[in-house]
Design a protein around this ligand. Structure first.
Ligand code: KG4
Ligand code: ZN
Length: 342
């Protein structure tokens, strides 16, 4: 794809519980990346409360954009296009970002580019890896998604597999709650698992017949909850670190096995991780070892670019921009937007 030089994109992300804005130059250089997280607020409820998320976005969005421009040393006059996540996500949360992006684009007569949230997560890899270009395979693992994707070209995706039920991050969050670790559970399980024995408890690893790249985590989650209940009913104590380590091993083993099956079938030479769970130390280590054994180059973003942020929307937005994607003033939030839909 022919690059267009000197394009500054103002990117906005508000699909879940982070209000975020960024200025990204030519898709790969981040001038600013401001994230206002609502985690402390939602912690009180053990998970994201959609209405609270929307209200907080509307309160924060202008400040976050102002800060992103200020940190980039720019005004809206330096911006060439506005990119915004328009799905998937919480509808009320998405609407705040979409309405804001439309208002700015309309007022400044700028092109408007709606971006798929998963395309954003995948594109986070472009920011710190100047050598990474499609085609490559990508495992997107977050609180809402678990997708194994073939990135055929910029903006061109083939979904090889997906979860049939819970997302990987969702399983982490639910198991963390059962152990009493609180929300968000992923990083806490990651930390606790380091003190436990991953072989202590044998939890099931679901493989879906006839769908070698699909995932299922609800059976695993139930097995962990049953194990904890069983111990409690027998009046026995259990070691939370062993539960965390054994659960994590079951998740990581399946993620790595399916990913490597796809690598073999597609003769891939490059593999990327994306999404909040891509920060997980056991997943990174498991993928590093598996990729090294096969001579495959492994990529993953820094933790700050793994969780929801707007820089990744600016990176994806740039490639959409140069391929000619433009959205009209009728752009709306699409809570169940499919990857590849326009
Ligand atoms: O990408 P993200 O910020 O939001 C979604 O688009 O869903 O991902 C958040 C998810 C949460 O479920 C969180 O528990 C999980 O990512 N997560 C982790 C780790 N850091 C965040 N899961 C496992 N290990 C981690 N280190
Ligand atoms: Zn996300």
């Amino acid at each position: 794809m022919k690059e267009i030089e000197n394009i500054n994109i103002l990117a906005i992300e508000s699909s879940c519980d982070e209000t975020a804005a960024a200025v990204v130059h030519n898709g790969r250089e981040v001038y600013s990346n401001i994230i206002s997280s609502q985690i402390e607020l939602h912690k009180l409820y053990g998970g994201v409360v959609p209405e609270i998320a929307s209200r907080k976005h509307i309160e924060k969005i202008n400040q976050v954009i102002e800060e992103a421009l200020k940190e980039a040393g720019m005004s809206l006059d330096h911006i060439d296009a506005v990119a915004v996540t328009y799905g998937p996500g919480l509808v009320g949360a998405l609407l705040v970002g979409v309405a804001e992006a439309k208002a700015i684009a309309y007022a400044k007569n700028l092109p408007l580019i709606g971006v798929h949230h998963i395309e954003g997560h995948i594109s986070a890899n472009y920011i710190e890896h100047p050598d990474l270009e499609p085609p490559f395979l990508c495992l997107v693992v977050s609180g809402g998604h678990t997708h194994l994707v073939r990135v055929a070209d910029y903006g061109k995706y083939e979904i090889l597999g997906r979860t049939r039920d819970d997302a990987a991050g969702e399983a982490y969050d639910k198991v963390a709650r059962a152990i009493g670790l609180g929300y968000p559970g992923g990083p806490k399980i990651d930390r606790l698992a380091k003190e436990g024995n991953p072989e202590a408890i044998s939890f099931p690893k679901a493989h879906i017949e006839d769908s070698p790249y699909d995932f299922s985590f609800s059976g695993l989650k139930s097995a962990v909850l049953n194990y904890i209940n069983g111990c409690q009913m027998k009046g026995e104590s259990f070691d939370p670190a062993d539960v965390a380590a054994s659960f994590q091993k079951a998740v990581v083993d399946v993620l790595v096995e399916n990913s490597m099956r796809a690598v073999g079938a597609h003769d891939a030479t490059k593999f990327a991780l994306a999404g909040g769970v891509a920060s997980n130390s056991a997943l990174r280590e498991g993928m590093r070892a598996a990729c090294e054994a096969r001579g495959i180059e492994l990529y993953y973003p820094s933790p700050i670019l793994c969780t929801d942020n707007a820089a990744m929307i600016g990176a994806a937005g740039y490639y959409e921009y140069i391929s000619g994607t433009r959205h009209g003033w009728d752009l709306n939030a699409v809570p169940n937007l499919k990857l590849g839909d326009r």
